[in-house]
Design a protein around this ligand. Structure first.
Ligand code: HEM
Length: 417
């Protein structure tokens, strides 16, 4: 029985059936709205562009659950948002600890380094698109599982030296770990197996170091720096592999879907009136691949105005994908995909000290995958035009579950006579 003395608050739909409509409703209600998450956890949902910018740069807001979330003790085992909220890595560090942890990872993803990855990403895209082109006329394929996922998964797993035979299961477990609609016992089983597999991977890399980023994390070649402890190595592997492919896979899938449902924009792209950067940035604005990031915590009472006060210790869900559709920021058709618009500003990669480390890599992967796909398969079409695919059941990642296409449509039948 629910306690009648506790005021009701909106429940964030864990199946994420209409995340943008839900965010739009919350956005008009206030600068932050108290919502209920699965597991009966209450948190402040923030969906306005300006408030997200303010809170993500506010030193009174932390991501360190151990130090700054007193309510953590009440969270049920197998909490569906636990795999993200309790990652033991740079993401959930605050202040100086965060700067130190980020300093070990970020240099490998600087634009200069990422540029050098282009040939490898291109070779992968060539291979995957060739397989799509080899399908019989009229045969269907899913762009998510046949292109976006294998490309982004291979790139991040190669970088971190994840052996081939471990990738498939790990990827499937990470997919499941981001499903917010699961029951707690199922989520607990997934989280346990995920951490077991990541632990095995860490042990494997300790025993078999190589020329990869995991092996680099096990070294301490800078003065005053310690090798990563086991728990932090496992947490960092989760962060990097999950952030590395679960997001970019949605950027590529959503951009392909938008172009295939907006043939006039595809025609502009082919005519050179707009370019891939326009398409990618507009997709990031309108379909940010990260819906919410759980969680941040108020270090003291924070008054947001309009009668909203986030109390010390209260958790905050930042809705990065919602920022791009904020009508305050984009008064002109905020929900419409229009890569010709001049202002495509978004917060899809976050803001402030936790700004996405992988943004240059994600943009490169998207450009290579999409340009190769649309240039090599000029007749590519949706398998079921007019039908919007189901969305991922996740409060964290945002995108279509599948993008069914016909890479080589059958030619129109010749009518006799
Ligand atoms: C389109 C693709 C991507 C999107 C939309 C995206 C989005 C984000 C967002 C919103 C944040 C900020 C989280 C917060 O402040 O709470 C973030 C952080 C992060 N991202 Fe990405 N990401 C993408 C691709 C990648 C890739 C490819 C990598 C790996 C190379 C990556 C690694 C990270 C890491 C490590 C952080 C944490 C940074 C920190 O806490 O200092 N991301 N990302």
């Amino acid at each position: 029985m629910s306690d009648p003395s506790v005021p009701k608050c909106p429940f964030l739909d864990p199946t994420a059936a209409s995340p943008h409509a839900e965010a739009a409703e919350l956005r008009v209600q206030g600068p932050a709205v108290l919502v209920e998450l699965p597991g009966r956890v209450r948190a402040w949902s923030v969906t306005r562009h300006s408030v997200i910018q303010a809170l993500t740069t506010d030193p009174r807001v932390s991501r360190d659950f151990r130090r700054h979330w007193p309510g953590m003790a009440d969270v049920p085992d197998g909490w569906v948002l636990g795999s993200v909220a309790f990652q033991d890595s740079l993401v959930n560090r605050y202040g100086e600890e965060h700067r130190r942890a980020r300093g070990r990872i970020a240099p490998s993803f600087m634009p200069r380094r990422v540029k050098l990855m282009r040939p490898q990403v291109q070779a992968m895209a060539d291979q995957l698109v060739a397989a799509l082109g080899a399908l019989a006329p009229g045969e269907c394929a899913d762009l998510r599982s046949a292109l976006a996922r294998p490309l982004t998964m291979t790139v991040i797993c190669d970088l971190f030296g994840v052996p081939e035979e471990r990738r498939e299961r790990l990827g499937a477990l990470i997919d499941r770990a981001l499903d917010s609609s699961m029951a707690e016992d199922a989520a607990l089983a997934v989280q346990n197996e995920l951490y077991e597999r990541l632990g095995e991977l860490a042990a494997h890399k300790r025993a078999n170091p190589g020329a990869d980023l995991t092996s680099d994390l096990l070294l301490s070649d800078r003065p005053g720096e310690q090798p990563l402890a086991e728990h932090e190595l496992v947490g960092t592997l989760f962060t990097m592999i999950a952030a590395g492919f679960e997001t970019a896979v949605n950027l590529i899938s959503s951009a392909a879907l938008e172009l295939l449902t907006h043939p006039e924009q595809l025609a502009r792209l082919r005519a050179g009136t707009i370019d891939w950067t326009d398409v990618i940035e507009e997709t990031l604005r309108v379909e940010g691949p990260v819906m919410y990031v759980p969680l941040r915590y108020a270090l003291e009472d924070i008054d947001l105005g309009e009668g909203v006060l986030i109390a010390k210790g209260a958790p905050i869900m930042v809705g990065f994908a919602a920022a791009g559709r904020d009508p305050q920021e984009h008064p002109d058709r905020p929900d419409e995909f229009d890569p010709t618009r001049a202002d495509k500003s978004h917060l899809a990669f976050g803001h402030g000290p936790h700004f996405c480390v992988g943004a240059p890599l994600a943009r490169l992967e998207a450009e290579v995958a999409l340009s190769t796909l649309f240039e090599r398969l000029p007749e590519l079409a949706l398998a079921e035009p007019g039908q919007r695919p189901a969305r991922l059941p996740s409060l964290v990642v945002n995108g279509p579950e599948a993008v069914e296409v016909v890479p080589r449509p059958r030619s129109a039948p010749v009518t006799p006579g």
